[in-house]
Design a protein around this ligand. Structure first.
Ligand code: A2P
Length: 304
């Protein structure tokens, strides 16, 4: 029998508590998202992650309401999309309304990218030549976006602000040029993309790190890794449990996503990895190679 441990709570630099395993809703259709969030809350998740661009905020919000769990027991994150960066307050108001809530717990800048809000598509505009309709950094940078997000804290519509898909270099610049230290950074993180330097930088600066695609995103490719399968056998848990438990072991909040009730429940059970096993997982990229599964083409360089 496996020995599961309670999912821990982490602290944000605002003082707020956040559950150490969150529920991801990216790529869930409307129908899937509703039952998935209901199932997640039933399984014990109190931390739900969504975004304007997922198109499911209203469904996630309805599921939260129908779950009957008091609002103050939940931690809800949503994100500012790239075409909204010059009207952050309007976008936050729209998201909070879609969710049917009075506030969100965390509002993240989804990408360090700015796109034309009046282009040929509300979410992913392109220029006549087919290239992305980006606002050049010289005109509007992620620093400008973040400065406008800082003001959102006064509205009461979000309790904390943070960023997503930032590199260490961008985090350093952000800390130098803005006032509010982001409460969280959400990035792609899993055994084949551990980004240890960036994680260490965040921890040194009291920025909580959240891992999206902790299983490698679509089809959970990491679950085929032999060493992870063996560790699963050792701890008598699923391979997914090893990936999720490894994240918690290194002080990072994983946001596993599933639409299947059994997997949703399975992903909320974690074990305490020994330091030796944790380090083994952290080093798998050395033999398997680094793999980034989520790298949309923005027409500008995002990652190193
Ligand atoms: P599904 O939604 O059909 O369960 P990530 O969390 O890295 O984004 O991974 C999500 C992918 O992994 C989805 O394709 C999801 O499929 C699948 N998945 C999630 N949890 C598990 C699990 N415990 N075992 C196997 N596959 C899983």
């Amino acid at each position: 029998m496996a020995t599961y441990i309670e999912v821990p709570s982490f602290k944000l630099n605002t003082g707020a508590s956040i559950q150490g395993v969150g529920f991801g809703t990216w790529r869930s259709t409307e129908e899937e998202a509703y039952s998935a969030v209901i199932d997640a809350i039933k399984a014990g998740y109190r931390h739900i992650d969504t975004a304007y661009i997922y198109g499911n905020e209203h469904i996630v919000g309805k599921a939260i309401k129908d779950s009957g769990v008091p609002r103050e027991e939940l931690f809800v994150t949503t994100k500012l999309w790239v075409t909204g960066v010059q009207k952050a307050q309007e976008c936050l108001e729209r998201s909070v309304k879609a969710l049917g809530l009075e506030y969100v717990d965390l509002y993240l800048m989804h990408w360090p990218v700015a796109m034309n809000a009046n282009g040929n598509d509300p979410n992913l505009p392109s220029k006549p030549d087919g290239s992305r309709d980006i606002i050049p950094e010289s005109e509007w940078s992620y620093i400008d976006t973040y400065k406008s997000m800082e003001k959102l804290l006064d509205t009461g519509l979000t309790k904390a602000i943070g960023v997503s898909n930032f590199t260490k270099e961008k985090m350093e610049k952000l800390l130098k040029e803005t006032t509010v230290v982001p409460a969280a950074l959400q990035i792609e993180l899993h055994p084949l993309l551990p980004q240890q330097e960036l994680v260490d930088f965040c921890h040194e600066n009291k920025i909580l790190v959240e891992a999206y695609s902790p299983l490698g995103s679509i089809g959970a490719p990491l679950l085929k890794t032999e060493e992870l399968i063996k560790l699963g056998e050792k701890y008598k848990v699923s391979t997914a449990c090893i990936c999720i438990s490894w994240s918690v072991w290194r002080g990072v909040i994983p946001l596993p996503k599933s639409t299947k009730a059994a997997r949703i429940a399975e992903n909320f059970k974690i074990v305490k990895l020994s330091d030796e096993d944790g380090k083994t997982v952290s080093e798998l990229y050395k033999t398997h190679g680094v793999q980034r599964f989520v790298a949309p083409d923005w027409g500008v360089k995002i990652f190193d």
